[in-house]
Write a protein that binds this ligand. Structure first.
Ligand SMILES: [Zn+2]
Ligand SMILES: [Zn+2]
Length: 147
């Protein structure tokens, strides 16, 4: 493994923050100032192909990279995009349940939990936006009971 690839992998696994390529590039550049964004992208592709890391495709946003190659679920903050690993084991029987119930050959599944990170849950506006986004009916402001 080239030094560049090793550094990329180390940075990715240091804290599993599931960075975008841009963010990872900033992290790697602190150790290898001359590395280019293109090199980072290329190595991320190779590492994914080698099964060392995972490329996470998130609809409507930039790809993120995961230093853990094993299957696991994620929790994503719908407000700031922070992503953490969900501390539960993957449901291995989920695919079996679909067997015979669809014309598809099921080859896997992806599950993502959505919510607010601790920081965003403290933010009133973030909560309102998140509830709208997730279609959670917000309670109408109750008229103050005078009597
Ligand atoms: Zn957040
Ligand atoms: Zn992860």
């Amino acid at each position: 493994m080239t030094r560049q690839r090793r550094v990329i992998l180390e940075e990715l696994r240091k804290e599993n923050i599931h960075p975008t390529a841009d963010l990872l590039y900033e992290m790697v550049r602190k150790r290898m100032p001359k590395i280019s964004l293109g090199t980072v992208y290329r190595n991320l592709e190779i590492l994914t192909a080698l099964g060392e890391i995972q490329t996470l495709e998130i609809s409507g946003s930039q790809k993120r990279y995961d230093g853990i190659p094993q299957k696991h679920y994620h929790i994503r903050c719908v407000h700031c995009g922070r992503m953490d690993d969900a501390p539960i084991a993957p449901l291995s029987t989920l695919e079996d349940e679909l067997y015979g119930a669809t014309v598809y050959t099921i080859m896997g599944h992806r599950l993502e939990f959505m919510g607010l990170c601790p920081e965003c849950s403290r933010d009133e506006e973030a909560r309102r936006v998140a509830e709208q986004l997730l279609g959670i009916p917000t309670e109408p402001a109750k008229p103050t009971d005078q009597n």
